[in-house]
Design a protein. Sequence first.
Length: 127
Amino acid sequence: MPRMRSAATVATLLIPMLLLAHHGPNKVTIDAAAAKQPAVTFDHAAHATKLVKTCDTCHHTQKGLKSEQETKVVKCSTCHLNPKDPKIPGMREMSLAKNPFHAPLCIECHKAQKKGPVACTACHVKK
């Protein structure tokens, strides 16, 4: 009986970890610049499994990144929260043209695909 409990415990812990390792988290909250705008909750699972062809579409600093890999993914805020190089777009920038999530990633893709939110309040939902 103790072996059955051990196996069940291992399965309960291991299966979610394996699922998470393959496609990352289901939801991601982007709140690093929340002082200016409400945080954005992003459906990572839908994008990672259905909407983008490769991980490096968004994770551009990790070319060749595959969902099957167990690799530490660099957060966008690592480079984009307080960029030292003025050529790197900053997450605190409110402009649609300068914020890295607004353009070229999220909004440009949503416009091109003709689906997904493009208005500020559609992503930045006040609670």
